[in-house]
Design a protein around this ligand. Structure first.
Ligand code: ATP
Length: 236
């Protein structure tokens, strides 16, 4: 059974039909990439899956349970965290306070403290800056904070929206390495990226979205060698 199964999702913004019968699945332990150009519907897909945007029709099943009408905060409790586009850290709160916010659905203080230690071990930069206001962090550091905050919920799956956006090449490589490491520790990843080359280099499988429709799917390695993908998305 797939961990996440999305079937025939249709989403509208007023008259705009943003997602057209979108179907895909993510198996436990995988990194699955959703690639596509500006406006293809990648962010809309993540927002709908994580309960932040209503669908007109379709189904989203998480571990076999229908969640299409489940509110976002309950979806977090089920084990799904979302790292939104543009990080959206709480600028006026410290790094530590942001991380604590990520654990808002959890109760066990000892477990939360253990996860915080794990996050600080994974992101030493955050540990050094624990009292710094999040709004004063660099873009890459804010991305790390957004990822750390998502990990504080102790998720089974993380949805990541454009983690490379606006980062220097060095930081992009670091962020992608961290995504791979998080995955190796057992967290399944659904990754939305415009940087198709990077995304396909760490993903197991990928889906290509074009104007709201899935037009291609396959093993990431095969897609990296696919002529039409190379031309359209890899700048080759
Ligand atoms: P990008 O990489 O540029 O963020 P994307 O693939 O994530 O693109 P979406 O943000 O999901 O694309 O947008 C899909 C389509 O829906 C676009 O045509 C966009 O203009 C439209 N859209 C997105 N949000 C809204 C909104 N709040 N109101 C109206 N239309 C919207």
């Amino acid at each position: 059974m797939a961990m996440l199964t999305v079937e025939n999702l249709n989403v509208y913004y007023g008259m705009i039909h943003a997602l057209k019968d979108v179907s895909f699945e993510v198996n436990q332990g995988e990194i699955v990439a959703l690639i596509g150009a500006n406006g293809a519907g990648k962010t809309t897909t993540l927002h709908t899956v994580s309960g932040m945007l209503p669908a007109k029709s379709g189904s989203v099943k998480f571990e076999g349970k229908e969640i299409i009408k489940t509110p976002g905060h309950q979806i977090v409790s089920l084990g799904m965290s979302h790292v939104p586009e543009g990080r959206r850290v709480f600028a006026g709160l410290s790094v530590y306070e942001n991380l604590k916010m990520g654990a808002y659905t959890r109760k066990d203080k000892k477990e939360i403290a253990d996860t915080l230690e794990m996050v600080y071990t994974r992101f030493p930069r955050l540990k050094e800056r624990t009292r710094q206001l999040a709004g004063t962090l660099s873009g890459g550091e804010q991305q790390m904070l957004a990822m750390g905050r998502a990990l504080m919920a102790h998720p089974k799956i993380i949805l990541m929206d454009e983690p490379s956006m606006g980062l220097s090449p060095l930081f992009v490589s670091e962020i992608f390495k961290i995504i791979e490491e998080i995955n190796k520790q057992g967290v399944t990843v659904l990754l939305v990226e415009q940087n198709a080359k990077k995304a396909l280099s760490i993903a197991n499988r990928a889906y290509v979205l074009e104007t709201g429709k899935i037009v291609k799917e396959g093993n990431a390695r095969d897609l990296l060698n696919d002529e039409s993908i190379k031309k359209a998305y890899l700048g080759e």
